[in-house]
Design a protein around this ligand. Structure first.
Ligand SMILES: [Zn+2]
Length: 476
């Protein structure tokens, strides 16, 4: 099998690996590049032919793993997309939302003339998203599914979000049966909501995510930090803004707030979920029971994560209204890294006032507004205005949906047989280098780092696998 790393190589975004086995061509994940403009431009120029694909396999629904699918449909892809039930349900809301954002961006560019293209077009539209959803094929977890001659696929729970799975492929190569595993994103196993990732016994090749390859999350419960931070702000009648990813983090945060309120550890103030996508994701989370450990009381589906004073804001007008209301209250809103969305007007209104607090609960990528605020800048530009940062800035580490390097080392320790090669992806440079060293020192496994556009073939099984790199399409 030949692998080519088309994204999430030396970065955490745009996950996609092009695979070829006996003339069968397929992608594992089809993620959107997010973040900087330079990154986003990479979504426009596909360096492979989507019409030539035989199928796509998804590890999970997050947009950096699935968000390119509508674009591939637009470019003529009509092959099946294999995933789990939870992944399909989340993709239904995530892909439509992503299309909506693309349309809004294009409309904004046309209104302001901020585009070299006249008229500016969206990367894809809602129709493309709806069309590509018809190609999805749900497969069960834990069993091998035939994909073609000498090629089988198995999904195993990876504990990162609802539906998320390790993707395992079993194939014959020169009469030798081999297994390759794509970790996708791996859960920490310490979620208050999700079941832990399953152990894998055996794999010849492992494509391993490295997001937290250089960091360890605090092992004290996030509940204690959350209680302390919320008390500080709510006791002085401030407003707590929690920027959180709609899928995964929002549910973990709501669970903790609910628990703290039920146990009378923090005052019962209004809690707003100000993101239609987060609200939809709440329902999908709770009804996918095979992935979570929550107890639903009195058939009230949302009971485990809906605090007593829980509100979902529907319209943008309603959202703007609560951003003018006085505290105490808690607003959980998107986007998690402050790259756009309703969180922007909340921050604009709340950041200049010292009684308020911003509580970060997730990974903040380089160059995002989230990272800048966390790093302590004094003012931030929002909607063309310089906003002073007077509110308290808090950060809770332990809530990440990703395992840190200790979790990953522990998970690797469960392998019963040494893999031939581990290929690290989905990490920034420091994480990748650090995780490589750790795995080499701890287990003496053969480890390499996926390069953008680099190729690896499983036919070479000696100590030095064939690794080529082509970084020519990457801007410096
Ligand atoms: Zn993810």
């Amino acid at each position: 099998m030949k692998l080519k790393f088309m994204g999430a190589a030396r970065t955490v975004t745009g996950s996609k690996t092009l695979c070829e086995h006996e003339n069968i061509k397929f992608l594992v994940d089809a993620g959107l590049f997010q973040g900087s403009k330079e990154n986003r431009l990479r979504n426009w120029n596909l360096d492979f032919n989507p019409k030539a694909l035989d199928f796509v396999i998804l590890t999970h629904a997050h947009i950096d793993h699935s968000g390119l699918l509508p674009k591939l449909y637009r470019e003529g892809m009509r092959c099946p997309i294999f995933c789990t039930k939870g992944t399909f349900e989340l993709c239904e809301i995530l892909l439509k939302d992503s299309a909506h954002l693309q349309e809004e961006d294009a409309a904004y560019a046309n209104k302001t003339g901020h585009s070299r293209h006249k008229p500016a077009l969206p990367l894809y539209n809602t129709q493309d998203a709806e069309n590509v959803l018809t190609l999805f094929k749900i497969l069960p977890r834990d069993e091998w599914n035939e994909l073609g001659k000498n090629l089988q696929l198995r999904f195993l729970r990876s504990g990162h979000i609802i539906g998320s799975s390790f993707v395992q492929l079993k194939f014959l190569e020169q009469d030798i049966s081999k297994i390759i595993t794509f970790s996708g994103d791996i859960g920490s196993g310490r979620s208050q909501i999700l079941r832990a990732p399953v152990a894998i016994d055996e794999t010849d090749y492992l494509i391993l995510e490295s997001t937290y390859g250089d960091r360890v999350q605090v092992r004290v419960t996030p509940e204690e930090s959350m209680q302390r931070y919320l008390q500080i702000v709510l006791n002085r009648n401030g407003v707590v803004i929690i920027p959180a990813f709609s899928v995964g983090r929002t549910q973990e945060v709501l669970f903790l707030i609910n628990k703290l309120m039920q146990n009378k550890k923090i005052p019962e103030v209004p809690v707003f979920v100000d993101s239609p996508m987060s609200s939809s994701a709440n329902y999908i989370y709770l009804h996918n029971k095979e992935d979570h450990i929550l107890k639903i009381e009195n058939e009230q589906l949302l009971s485990p994560i809906a605090p007593p004073s829980y509100h979902e804001t529907k319209s943008v007008e309603e959202s703007k209204r609560i951003s003018k209301q006085s505290g105490p209250m808690i607003i959980v809103t998107a986007s998690g890294m402050i790259t756009g969305g309703r969180v922007m007007h909340h921050l604009k209104d709340r950041l200049p006032h010292p009684e308020n607090g911003i509580l970060f609960v997730g990974y903040q990528a380089e160059e995002t507004k989230g990272r800048l605020i966390l790093d302590g800048i004094q003012t931030i530009r929002i909607h063309h205005q310089e906003i002073p940062i007077k509110a308290d800035i808090f950060n809770i580490d332990g809530l990440s949906a990703h395992g840190d390097y200790l979790d990953i080392l522990e998970w690797l320790g469960k392998l019963k047989k040494e893999p031939k090669l581990i290929i690290l992806n989905h990490g920034e440079n420091r994480s990748l280098k650090h995780l490589k060293l750790l795995i080499e020192n701890e287990y003496h496994f053969n480890v390499t780092i996926a390069e953008p556009g680099g190729e690896i073939t499983t036919l070479v099984t000696s100590q030095s696998p064939s690794v080529t790199s082509d970084r020519s399409h990457i801007s410096p």
